[in-house]
Design a protein. Structure first.
Length: 247
């Protein structure tokens, strides 16, 4: 069952047994001993294939009606959207085709709706899928500061990828097939967000970072995740086909 965690050693000595066989062909090797940014303990870094993860997802149990819900969580700028897109690419070649990807940022009613958007997500997307019906949501325009009238359909699919801060919150845990937490050093995450959205967002962004830290601490999200992903990996690898798992 995919929700059971993979067991890995807590010191850097070698790859975990389930690292992809061809990882060495891409120059991958264990990183020097480093601290896990979420636990503060020594960790291992392992290159794994999106294709294999996609197969595990499809083989896993559907817990949201007939849908396998994959939540990609983590702080702003960690690399969640990139991970979600590459996993969706890997799923696209399997039975069921490319899954819909819902970004929680599209459902926020502005900066102050950081984690309080969930009833909207549940009403528009999760509840219909739970009942075996397609959902639809209105996308929030961060330029116009309002929800756009045209609905975005969410079909009943084999897999749904939900990406964004608090996507893997504890309350949805029983309905998840896979919970992913993507992390990266705070200075890098800040630099990525500023490069993406401009320095004028810094005041709101600092409040956002404080809010997400408080949420993750209270929710214990990283510790509950099935998969902890390095969003700024030092291991050489083909980033389109592989990700770096840390534990």
């Amino acid at each position: 069952m995919i929700r059971s965690r993979s067991a890995c050693p807590t010191t850097v000595t070698a790859y975990c047994a389930h690292a992809p066989r061809d990882a060495a062909q891409h120059g991958a090797a264990p990183r020097e001993a480093a601290l896990n940014p979420e636990t503060g303990r020594p960790t291992v870094a392992v290159v794994e294939a999106y294709a294999e993860l996609a197969r595990r997802v499809v083989a896993g149990p559907a817990r949201l009606g007939r849908t396998r819900l994959v939540a990609v969580d983590g702080p702003s700028g960690a690399g969640k959207s990139r991970f979600a897109a590459r996993l969706a690419d890997a799923l696209s070649v399997l039975p069921g085709g490319r899954p819909p990807v819902v970004h929680t940022d599209d459902l926020l009613d502005g900066w102050d709706d950081q984690v309080t958007f969930w009833p909207r997500l549940d009403e528009w997307v999760l509840s219909p899928l739970r009942a075996g019906r397609p959902g639809a949501y209105q996308r929030y325009s961060w330029v116009r500061h309002r929800f756009l009238p045209r609905p975005v359909p969410v079909p009943v699919a084999s897999v749904l990828v939900l990406e964004g801060v608090s996507a893997a919150r504890a309350m949805i845990g029983p309905e998840l097939t896979l919970a992913v937490f993507v992390t990266a050093p705070a200075p890098l995450r800040l630099a990525r967000a500023v490069a993406r959205d401009g320095p004028e967002i810094l005041p709101e962004l600092r409040r956002w970072h404080a809010g997400e830290r408080a949420h993750f601490a209270a929710d214990d999200t990283a510790s509950r995740a099935d998969l902890l992903v390095d969003g700024a990996p030092a291991l050489p690898h083909d980033a389109d086909r592989y990700y770096v798992r840390i534990r």
